[in-house]
Ligand binder design. Structure first.
Ligand code: AMP
Length: 215
């Protein structure tokens, strides 16, 4: 049973690696960003609240996030393990989730901390395109689809996420630095972190991750 956290700034390739990891190890990929985006699309009350923050590149308040994840990891599809992508994002969330795990006699298997230099993160995040239908991510230069604007997998239309615009990405990187990067120290102190160089290409990063997670 693997319980993995993917930690890293916007644009570092968390989503891409998460897809590969969840497939190889057969563990559920849980992206809080995807959950919020699905709620926005459906126009739910949670989606309406989250949108106000997301459009500005700000974090959604902790109380809207913690309960959601604590519920989600107890679903049947997480029986074999899960991979959290985009959660926790604050020390408050990390502490709350640790408390939740502890009460269940559980712990995280590992926190994969993926890092890359600022300019590369800007380039990756602003060039990202996401399939409207299935959520697969591409990059206009590094990972283009076979036909421009169309998803290779499902034929859906690719879109530029509204929070992947340069000004919003700048905000998201600042928010990461201020609110999420303290988690590196938090998880290092409890000996659960593995640092990974995310400036390498995606297959190389994945290889490193597999070496850490085992066969
Ligand atoms: P992501 O797709 O992970 O980059 O998330 C997109 C946006 O969703 C973030 O910029 C936040 O506004 C919001 N979000 C996702 N996960 C969290 C979280 N754990 N805590 C607070 N806000 C979040």
């Amino acid at each position: 049973m693997k319980r993995v956290v993917l930690l890293g700034p916007p644009g570092v390739g968390k989503g891409t690696q998460a897809g590969l990891i969840s497939e190889k190890y057969d563990i559920k990929h849980i992206s809080t960003g995807d959950i919020f985006r699905a709620n926005i699309k459906e126009g739910t009350p949670l989606g309406k609240k989250a949108k106000e923050y997301m459009d500005q590149g700000l974090l959604v308040p902790d109380e809207l996030v913690c309960d959601l994840v604590e519920d989600r990891v107890t679903w049947d599809d997480c029986k074999n393990g899960y991979l959290l992508d985009g959660f926790p994002r604050t020390v408050f969330q990390a502490e709350a989730f640790d408390k939740f795990l502890k009460e269940r006699g559980e712990d995280l298997s590992v926190v994969l901390n993926i890092q890359a230099p600022y300019d590369l993160l800007m380039e990756r995040a602003t060039g990202r395109r996401v399939c409207k239908q299935c959520g697969k991510t591409y990059h206009v230069v590094n990972m283009p689809p076979k036909i421009e604007g169309i998803c290779d997998v499902c034929g859906g239309e690719l879109q530029h996420r509204s929070d992947d615009k340069p000004e919003t990405v700048k905000n998201r990187l600042k928010v990461y630095e201020d609110q999420t990067s303290p988690l590196v120290e938090y998880y290092t102190n409890s000996g659960r972190i593995a640092n990974i160089d995310g400036s390498k290409n995606f297959p190389e990063v994945f290889e490193k991750i597999c070496a850490l997670l085992g066969e």
